[in-house]
Design a protein around this ligand. Structure first.
Ligand SMILES: Cc1ncc(COP(=O)(O)O)c(C=O)c1O
Length: 334
């Protein structure tokens, strides 16, 4: 008997179009020697160009409304998909939106940035910044908005709050239903702010405990992620009032596919983008899914999946950043 606590008790708005499809990747699977390879198409959540973060906004923006807020403030890198979708959600509900971007202003509005502009967001470039500096940037923007009489709602980087995690417990339930009879026991995904992996780790433990989560970092080291993901998952568990708890033994982490650094394409990501595009007609991006797929490819070559009955790749979206890295992508010779 599953105990998902109060999973269904939180109010949500339906920005994300769900359930997203689960599709076979037969050609790529053949190339990699993974006969039962699948993709969970969260790039097809629809809203504002799609991607995993649309799911979190279903819950977070509802919470902002319930708290009487009229303005959303969040943060990310300048090619943040989370920021792009947050700007769209705010515009849809008639709220203002400030995006605190932890990068210098590139001088162009390529990729996600042009969508941020279209959705009417106020862009606040704070220069190259670490997570702490980005939070400082949020705090300063919130103080500014309050001084103007606004009532802002803060969404931290990646929307990685306990309530944001609930969205991915729900997504794991959706996935658990789709994999019935398909013999899938391994799930590979990109991990950035870790909210998605945390929610999925909890959700899989509740709804599909036979599935092993394999998270490929695009930014932080394993040391920083190992306990962090479990802590985030358990904060969602507490909010949901389920007795189930996650430990670091519940998932596998890899940090050797980050490449030069977060937000800079790696050769592995570029190889993955071309391989997936040319075998499946499926788009990946250089910041998140390209690196996660580079992880899947690298692990396949090491024989990591030799004993897996079936592997799924959770496609988290992010294609707009392809159009901010077109020179790097075009220069790569597959
Ligand atoms: C396309 C894409 N994939 C993966 C992630 C990582 O998700 P998380 O930050 O929840 O770890 C993000 C985060 O913004 C993303 O935009």
């Amino acid at each position: 008997m599953v105990n998902a606590g109060k999973l269904d008790s939180f109010r949500r708005i339906h920005f994300a179009v769900t359930p997203t499809p689960l599709e076979p990747l037969e050609n790529l699977g053949r190339e990699l020697g993974i006969p039962n390879l699948w993709v969970k198409r969260d790039d097809l959540t629809g809203f504002a160009g799609g991607g995993n973060k649309a799911r979190k906004l279903d819950w977070l923006i509802a919470d902002a409304q319930d708290k009487g807020c009229d303005y959303i403030v969040t943060t990310g890198g300048r090619q943040s998909n989370h920021c792009r979708m947050t700007a769209a959600a705010a515009s849809k509900l008639g709220m203002g939106c400030s995006l605190v971007l932890g990068d210098p202003d590139p001088g162009n509005r390529a990729g996600n940035l042009i969508m941020d502009v279209i959705f009417g967001a106020n862009l606040v470039f704070i220069g190259e910044a670490n997570l702490e500096q980005m939070q400082d940037g949020i705090d300063a923007e919130i103080a500014r908005l309050r001084s103007e009489g606004k009532n802002p709602y803060m969404i931290p980087v990646g929307g990685a709050t306990p309530l944001g995690g609930v969205a991915f417990v729900d997504a794991a339930r959706e996935f658990a239903r789709q994999i019935e009879g398909r013999n899938i026991d391994t799930l590979v995904i990109a991990v950035g702010s870790a909210g998605t992996s945390a929610g999925l780790a909890l959700g899989l433990k509740i709804f599909a405990p036979h599935v092993r989560l394999v998270s490929i970092s695009v930014s932080r080291s394993i040391d920083r992620l190992r306990q962090y993901i479990a802590d985030k998952a358990n904060a969602s568990a507490e909010l949901m009032e389920t007795p189930i708890r996650v430990t670091p033994d519940d998932y596998e982490l890899h940090d050797d596919y980050i490449g030069p650094k977060y937000g800079v394409p790696s050769d592995g990501a570029l190889e993955a983008i071309y391989m997936t595009g040319r075998t499946e007609g499926l788009l990946l991006d250089p910041v998140y899914t390209g690196k996660a797929m580079a992880g899947l490819i690298g692990l396949a070559r090491q024989g990591r999946f030799a004993n897996s009955k079936g592997v799924a790749f959770w496609h988290t979206g992010g294609f707009p950043s392809l159009f901010a890295f077109e020179n790097e992508v075009a220069a790569y010779k597959p």
